[in-house]
Design a protein around this ligand. Structure first.
Ligand SMILES: [Zn+2]
Ligand SMILES: [Zn+2]
Ligand SMILES: [Zn+2]
Length: 132
């Protein structure tokens, strides 16, 4: 039941979690111009350290496993492996949270998105909501 298994290259580096200056809700992770999902205001987010880490991040090619230095200071980043010429996209890191199902006490991992999520436990089918 692992919904986290996806063939998708994801950056291991996440920008710091920031809240919207207007409504205090958690902003979607990213740098540059971010639109708050709760109040729609646009917020400019910059973080030098994250940009630097993004540029220096190493990732192994999904095709040939050769380790590449990304060299691009934004996410998503379109990359081409120097060794096998395989093109792939390095997606932004999505923070995950763990919640406990009130029905069966299973720990469920999911992507953290701001706002209220309704969850269908894949194990016992209990429906419940969580707010991030
Ligand atoms: Zn907001
Ligand atoms: Zn390759
Ligand atoms: Zn459950």
């Amino acid at each position: 039941m692992d919904e986290e298994i996806e063939i998708r290259m994801e950056s291991r580096i996440a920008p710091p979690p920031l809240t919207c200056p207007k409504c205090q809700e958690l902003l979607p992770p990213g740098l540059g111009e971010i639109q708050c999902t709760m109040c729609d205001s646009k917020v400019r987010v910059e973080h030098e350290v994250t940009r630097k880490k993004w540029k220096e991040e190493k990732i192994s090619c999904p095709q040939c496993d050769k380790v590449l230095v990304v060299g691009v200071d934004k996410r998503p980043a379109n990359l081409q492996c120097a060794s096998c010429s395989h093109n792939f996209t390095l997606h932004p890191n999505v923070p995950r949270v763990e919640v406990t199902c009130p029905g069966c006490d299973r720990r469920l991992r999911m992507k953290q998105k701001p706002g209220t999520r309704s969850i269908d436990c894949p194990a016992c089918e209990t429906k419940f909501t969580v707010k991030f």
